[in-house]
Design a protein around this ligand. Structure first.
Ligand code: 5AD
Ligand code: SF4
Length: 467
């Protein structure tokens, strides 16, 4: 842990606040900042850190981008459409900046770790004021200070870092649930995936730091935590005294007042029997496992460098279902990986049927420059669309059947929000992550309520509260 760095960043927050306060005074109102998040839960967590720092720097946070004096996009680059969205939104911001030159614009996150993106922004989006990447997000206060005091675009991208800086502020989106980083980066190098290049090598946070953070969150009213890592099953392997992910879960389970523990993502190749045992006997670990399959074909799995087979995956999924019968297993599937044939997709469909996933996120393969798969012979896009539809239909059928089996059961929901579409309803999640809507009001938010599941609607339920 680097306490000197934490102190330095707090000094920068103070210095930046003086500048922001001055501007607020000149403007006659507090300056507004908006953090826009693209991508996964890891980014959502990073955005809470950005918002915390912005607040300490004197900004008021807003969700209305078109009213903000400072806008930051926390970007994603997992698939090309994520990048396209950012460029589209930047175009809109440019238009606004022409009418309001005081507007400050910053970009950070995974997309900024790509050289080609930086070049493009320098050339075609020169109105951006600040760019930084995934490794130096803890320097945000310092970078903001530079943005306010330097004339030119501030660009600071690092290739990697071994640093984990603790105890920086965060502004949580929900009072009752929170993501907690347990590790950063990924060492797996699946051949389609850009994450290892933009998030760097795997590094785990110390267990005592994780437990300390969660204890503080619980004191603050949090009842559910989501432990975040690209591959949580390899947590703690690089410590001098290694500790398994299962052992970490046992330590977290002991925290009094914490009601629910979730985690993501698990790599099938590293999922241990120890973890299954700990989950099976746990009172707090949610009945949900996200276990990305990617493909059911041995040939494609090998080309993807996934290091498991169709059989070892299905054996694992069925073993988990046997040990924890009420568990929901969800997955990720990629269709159209280079060289994929109809027969390969048949294998994927076969695994979906055998494992009866409770839900599956199905993606069309997107070529990412710099990854090994980008250099392989790509599939025809019409063929891919057809195969994608086949997979999607199968997922909807199997998942619909599986989720539908819960009809009539009584279970607990953690209420998350008032339902915006259905008046007089609230929305929450079961332990198995299935979404539930039932009659209720704002006062229920953050509470765990017993409900009867009355009507299945595909992947979600309508329910009614029971005493
Ligand atoms: N194309 C399509 N989907 C991808 N994913 C990762 N890389 C790509 C890519 N290049 C998917 C995987 C992963 C999820 C987070 O995103 O299924 O599990
Ligand atoms: Fe990407 Fe594979 Fe790492 Fe997941 S495990 S982040 S798919 S490289």
């Amino acid at each position: 842990m680097n306490e000197a760095e934490t102190r330095l960043q707090y000094e920068y927050m103070q210095k930046t606040k003086e500048l922001v306060d001055q501007k607020s005074e000149q403007t006659g109102r507090r300056l507004l900042a908006c953090v826009t998040t693209f991508g996964c839960q890891m980014n959502a967590k990073d955005s809470e850190k950005l918002a915390g720092i912005l607040e300490k720097c004197g900004y008021e946070l807003t969700e209305e981008e078109d009213k903000a004096d400072f806008v930051i996009f926390n970007t994603c680059t997992i698939r090309d459409n994520a990048n396209q969205k950012v460029y589209g939104r930047l175009g809109l911001l440019h238009h606004r900046k022409k009418g309001y030159p005081e507007l400050k614009i910053a970009l950070c996150g995974c997309m900024m770790q790509e050289m080609s993106v930086i070049e493009k922004i320098r050339k075609s989006y020169s109105f951006v004021d600040l760019i930084f990447g995934t490794h130096n997000i803890y320097k945000f206060a310092e970078l903001l200070y530079r943005m306010h005091t330097e004339k030119d675009m501030v660009i600071d991208i690092w290739e990697g870092s071994n640093e984990i800086v603790e105890d920086l502020p965060a502004l949580r989106k929900y009072p009752f649930k929170c993501g907690v980083n347990i590790m950063f980066g990924c060492n797996n190098f699946c051949t389609f995936c850009i994450v290892p290049y933009v998030r760097g090598r795997e590094k785990s946070r110390e267990p005592r730091e994780i437990v300390r953070e969660i204890e503080k969150l619980v004191e603050d009213g949090v009842v559910e935590v989501m432990l975040l890592g690209q591959n949580v099953n390899s947590y703690g392997k690089n410590f001098e005294e290694p500790i398994s992910f299962a052992k970490l879960l046992e330590r977290i389970e002991e925290i009094e007042g914490l009601e629910r523990i979730r985690f993501m993502t698990s790599h099938p190749k590293d999922l241990s029997d120890e973890l299954i045992e700990v989950m099976a006997k746990s009172k707090k670990i949610c009945r949900h496992l996200h276990l990305p399959l990617q493909s059911g074909s041995d040939r494609i799995l090998k080309a993807m460098n996934r290091r498991y087979t169709k059989k070892s995956f299905t054996d694992l999924a069925l073993k988990i279902r046997k040990a924890i019968p009420d568990i929901a297993i969800t997955t990720d599937i990629i269709v159209g990986f280079p060289g994929e044939t109809k027969e390969d997709v048949d294998d994927t469909i076969d695994v979906i049927k055998q494992c009866a996933f409770d839900n599956a996120f199905t993606f069309i393969y997107s070529k990412r420059t710099g990854t090994p798969a980008a250099k392989m012979e790509q599939c025809d896009s019409e063929f891919v669309k057809e195969q994608f539809d086949r997979v999607l239909t199968c997922v909807q059928e199997t998942a619909g059947k599986r989720v539908g089996k819960l009809t009539g059961m009584v279970d607990e929901v953690l209420v998350e929000e008032v339902n915006e579409k259905e008046k007089g309803f609230v929305t929450g999640r079961l332990s198995n992550n299935v979404m539930v809507h039932f009659p209720g009001d704002e006062s229920m938010i953050g509470r765990i309520v017993k409900v009867k599941l009355t009507e299945a609607k595909g992947f979600y339920y309508f329910a009614e509260a029971v005493q």
